[in-house]
Design a protein around this ligand. Structure first.
Ligand code: 2IO
Length: 406
């Protein structure tokens, strides 16, 4: 019994190989799991995770000062509070809705078609490495108004930034590498910011450069941090969500057939993918005061991780939680990409993901394009499925065979 074992650790190789097999035991026997090596508490029950994310008085986002700010080169949205948070959040939301969103969807479709093109005649594609990862970066660059030619460079910098945010432990060497990536990314962005201040376009960077907060424009530092914030948040989970959606549909052929017949079911399939296997598995907070969960006191000042994967499979919140079912009545599909979402894949509360509607539109657009192209889609012979990541988690690769298109 791994969890009863006092040596159980969420930092162990066993847990990393398949965290899902530990979630029930954690929720039942160690709902407040303390990890001494990183002096942090891990909450696995839905009710507790929801409480932490919605009780903004008792739990702050201050921990992002050490986890994100160094590589973001300034404060991210989730760190902000009060009027500043409301105003800056609104600026970012505006960059992702209405006409901006409609333009982005056209660009997403074009990017996806271009990237998949070469693979159609071959009848084989690695949906993560050949398609999803480059697509996620291309799309983000389009949204920001950055040059698509630079995508490999930006992808490499992004990896360093993401590694910093999502690592539980970093060696001094890795830390240096991540900081180098962040500093180079910042140096790449500064002249762009300068240019957009003088000649703004329709892109998100221009909107950040020209928007005013309290009658004054944001500083270069504030704009840089919001750009890197959007870059990380729109890139890191995208390829994972797309690959997980296809994996679950391949593993459930009857649901795949239903989605193929009725693409309106895609929204439910995406929402259920996010509940079943959230690409962001952990959301950190800092306790502002002593708080009791399931009889255990989490002391003021402590770092708390909400375990989103475990919470989304809590039988107290979802019936038959370990079943992938796009028709589940407790999913609330229509609300799944809004503040009223049942699942916690986008977090919840004041800091709930600003990009949720964008994420849905992106994955839906791409999946609706791919499903008819990938006829008879199945795992390639000999393919071995493997996931990686503790903080963000997704397939290492997803090699698929399908009927070649000539
Ligand atoms: C960027 C894990 C990439 C966010 C983060 C420091 C803040 C925030 C998230 C997501 C995805 C990241 N946290 N997006 O979990 O902006």
């Amino acid at each position: 019994m791994p969890v009863v074992n006092p040596n159980f650790s969420v930092l162990s190789d066993d847990f990393a190989a398949d965290p899902y097999r530990y979630f029930a035991q954690l929720r039942e026997q160690a709902p407040v799991h303390y990890e001494p090596a990183i002096d942090s508490y891990f909450l696995s029950r839905y009710e507790d995770a929801k409480r932490v994310l919605t009780d903004h008085e008792a739990f702050t986002t201050e921990t992002l000062q050490v986890r994100a700010e160094p590589v973001m080169r300034g404060p991210v949205l989730a760190q902000m509070t009060g009027a500043e948070h409301t105003a800056k959040r609104k600026i970012v939301v505006r960059g992702f809705t209405g006409q901006a969103l409609r333009d982005q969807m056209r660009a997403i479709h074009a990017n996806a078609a271009e990237l998949m093109g070469p693979f159609l005649a071959q009848g084989r594609v690695d949906l993560v490495n050949d398609f999803g990862k480059p697509l996620a970066v291309h799309v983000t660059l389009d949204v920001l108004g950055l040059d698509r030619q630079d995508w490999q460079q930006v992808a490499a910098w992004h990896s360093g930034v993401a590694e910093f945010i999502t690592s539980m432990t970093l060696t001094p060497e890795r830390r240096r590498h991540c900081m180098d990536c962040a500093e180079q990314l910042e140096a790449y962005l500064l002249p762009v910011i300068e240019q957009r201040r003088h000649q703004p376009g329709d892109d998100l960077i221009s909107k950040l450069c020209t928007a005013e907060f309290d009658g004054i424009a944001m500083s270069d530092r504030d704009v840089t941090a919001l750009i890197i914030n959007v870059l990380a948040a729109s890139t890191e989970p995208a390829d994972k969500t797309l690959a997980l959606l296809f994996k679950h549909l391949i593993d459930h052929p009857e649901q795949m057939a239903q989605v193929r017949r009725d693409p309106d079911l895609l929204a439910a399939a995406i929402a259920e993918t996010l509940r079943y296997t959230p690409p962001v598995q952990l959301i950190p907070r800092q306790a502002g005061k002593n708080s009791v969960f399931a009889g255990v006191t989490v002391p003021a000042g402590a770092t708390v991780f909400c375990m989103i994967g475990a919470a989304n499979r809590d039988p107290e919140a979802f019936a038959a939680p370990d079943a992938f079912d796009i028709h589940r009545p407790d999913l609330g599909t229509a609300r799944s990409f809004t503040a009223a979402a049942q699942h916690l894949a986008f977090g919840t509360g004041l800091h709930q993901c600003v990009g949720a509607a964008f994420a849905r539109a992106e994955i839906e657009t791409v999946a609706a394009m791919l499903l008819p192209q990938l006829d008879q889609v199945r795992y390639s012979p000999g393919f071995r499925y493997r996931e990686t990541g503790l903080y963000t988690r997704g397939p290492v690769s997803l090699s698929l065979d399908f009927t070649p298109v000539h």
